[in-house]
Design a protein around this ligand. Structure first.
Ligand code: GLC
Length: 572
């Protein structure tokens, strides 16, 4: 069974190739009047899988509210909720049938308001997922649009003639396999869907569509949300005359010929919409923020989504970093270096895991040192200059629990693509709260997805009680991020750049600096540092955190790191 390479989908050009809990929640200290999100830890929650308050086997809003103290203790500043709007759930919420309500299976608007208010009491903000590219085919807009060719909403979606029922308008293929065009017998035309046929694409050349979506944004901003994560945002536009995409060798996981997505991805018009949306968001107080699911051919493409005047997305996701997928210091150095100095001068964002991609505990783990490696990747995420995005459960060392048979699969892409594409259920399993049945996620007999056996060891209750747990290491890292000035305001400099095994960098602050060393090899390594060229003259470092635990001080001319060891020390 092969595992997919998801790559944030639109990063794909060739389709288918691919501590102290109280401290942790104090308002973040910054040296200037910088927006909160620059120094925040943002935590992604998949609501269906986080906590089940009514024991129906699915997570819900009240479940999330009941866990806010845990999140506060961890030290997160904002929660990004993947979609929890009414939806037929074909794509588990990414097919929205009402943008201005809460899915009944997840609760009510009153539950949502309570979540926002309770989170606010704990200095935690709520960020919504805004799925602008497409709606559900059950959304009233699409129902109207498909009712007749002259319906006023016809032009809200992309309708085109084909060559009869079997010949679509062009060769474009869907992210989820096969043609992007679905024939509608009633009106004898095709509609365009980049994802499932149940997710028709909206037409952003129509100003009414733009206005309707900005009104959706205002609806949630008025309710007090701190911003949005924009789903599949680079796919908003398609070329009007629909030229075929170039065919390139090979087939994708669904058996379709590979094509280069050049006529329906990253069209320049996307930037106009981003600027307009940003104006809406900026018209609200308190530094609301836009996170983007952004991709492209290279870092310049991702960087372009900040906007030339930093007037588009504040926090674009950089999947080139997220999916390096091997512990290679040189690769990390390159990716971090280019992102830290991105051409737009935008604030970097770092992540490793999300709901579309195999958990990084599995991707980077070697099955022997997985826990040490989890601490190493956590250190990188939480000490780089930029905003980290965490995915629920990564702080525990949650692993994937992939479906074993096609019958077990819930995610339709796993059904369409089995066995080449097994879907994304594996990384969406319930949050692991304790050692009881279903990892304490639900009291129902069965959770919507089964937990991996490893939950008995990797769960909140057990790890809170173990001072060496991954969870306590994350807490300690987040505490350091909030209290150590160089980790807040310092610049980033790669050091010892020729080292093939150890990734080292300094965060240089005004008075002191912090050295981070990450041994990416299964052997013990000793590093000799010369930090004088970086204005750091001390010969030793004061240890702030090390894994495995180390001495209070370390010599910079002889710093020994155990296999996959981590060292964070203060230098001057
Ligand atoms: C984004 C989401 C993914 C979803 C797709 C279609 O990539 O992250 O989960 O299936 O968009 O909305």
């Amino acid at each position: 069974m092969k595992r997919r390479i998801w790559s944030g989908l639109l990063a794909l050009i060739v389709a288918g190739t691919f501590a102290s809990p109280s401290l942790a929640t104090e308002p973040i200290k910054t040296s200037s009047a910088e927006p909160w999100w620059k120094h925040a830890v943002i935590y992604e929650i998949y609501p269906r899988s986080f906590a089940d308050s009514n024991n129906d086997g699915m997570g819900d809003i009240k479940g999330i509210t009941s866990k806010l103290d845990y999140l506060k203790g961890l030290g997160v500043d904002a929660l990004w909720l993947t979609p929890c709007y009414p939806s037929p759930q074909v794509d588990f919420g990414y097919d929205i049938s009402d943008y201005c309500a809460i899915a009944p299976e997840y609760g009510t608007m009153a539950d949502f308001d309570e979540l926002v208010a309770e989170a606010k009491k704990r200095n935690i903000r709520i960020i919504m997922d805004l799925v602008m590219n497409h709606t559900s085919d059950k959304h009233p807009w699409f129902i109207e649009s498909s009712s007749s060719k002259d319906n006023p909403k016809r032009d809200w979606y992309i309708w085109r003639d084909g060559g009869g029922e079997t010949t679509p308008p062009n060769n474009w293929t869907s992210v989820f396999g096969h043609s992007t065009w679905k024939f509608d017998a009633k009106t004898n035309q095709y509609y365009y869907h980049l994802f499932y046929p149940e997710q028709p694409d909206l037409n952003y050349r129509n100003p009414e569509v733009r206005k309707a979506m900005y009104d959706v944004a205002k609806f949630w901003l008025d309710r007090g949300v701190a911003g949005f994560r924009l789903d599949a945002i680079m796919a908003l536009f398609e070329e009007i005359d629909l030229p075929d995409n170039p065919v390139v060798p090979g087939k994708n996981k669904f058996g379709d010929p590979n094509t280069e997505w050049i006529h329906n991805d990253r069209l320049p018009e996307v930037h106009d919409v981003l600027k307009e949306l940003r104006k809406v968001v900026d018209s609200y107080p308190d530094d609301r923020v836009i996170i983007g699911e952004t991709g492209g051919r290279d870092i310049n493409d991702v960087s372009a989504t900040y906007g030339k005047n930093l007037d588009e997305i504040q926090l674009p996701m950089n999947f080139f970093f997220a999916y390096i997928n091997k512990l290679s210091p040189s690769e990390f150095r390159t990716r971090i270096g280019e992102w830290d100095k991105n051409p737009a001068g935008g604030w970097p964002v770092y992540l490793f895991s999300n709901h579309d991609q195999i958990r990084h505990y599995v991707r980077y783990g070697d099955k022997v040192h997985n826990d040490d490696i989890a601490k190493l990747t956590a250190t990188m995420l939480l000490t780089l200059r930029g905003t980290p995005l965490l995915y629920y459960g990564e702080e525990l060392g949650m692993e994937n629990n992939d479906p074993k048979t096609k019958e077990d699969v819930q995610d339709p892409i796993g059904k369409i693509g089995w066995p080449e594409e097994i879907g994304r259920d594996g990384e969406r399993t319930p949050m692991q709260w304790n050692t009881s049945d279903n990892a304490g996620f639900t009291k129902a007999e069965k959770a919507w997805l089964p937990s991996p056996d490893s939950y008995k060891k990797y769960n909140v209750a057990s790890e809170e009680a173990d001072k060496n747990s991954i969870l306590n290491f994350y807490k300690e890292l987040i505490r350091l991020r909030r209290t150590e000035d160089p980790l807040i305001n310092g610049d980033y400099k790669a050091v010892d750049e020729q080292n093939k095994d150890v990734l080292s960098y300094v965060r240089r602050g005004e008075k002191k600096s912090i050295l981070v060393a990450l041994n990416m090899s299964p052997e013990s390594k000793t590093v000799v540092y010369d930090l004088k060229p970086f204005g750091i003259n001390s010969n030793s470092a004061k240890t702030l955190l090390a894994s495995p635990k180390g001495n209070n001080n370390a010599s910079l001319s002889h710093l020994t790191l155990p296999p996959f060891g981590v060292y964070i020390g203060q230098v001057q």
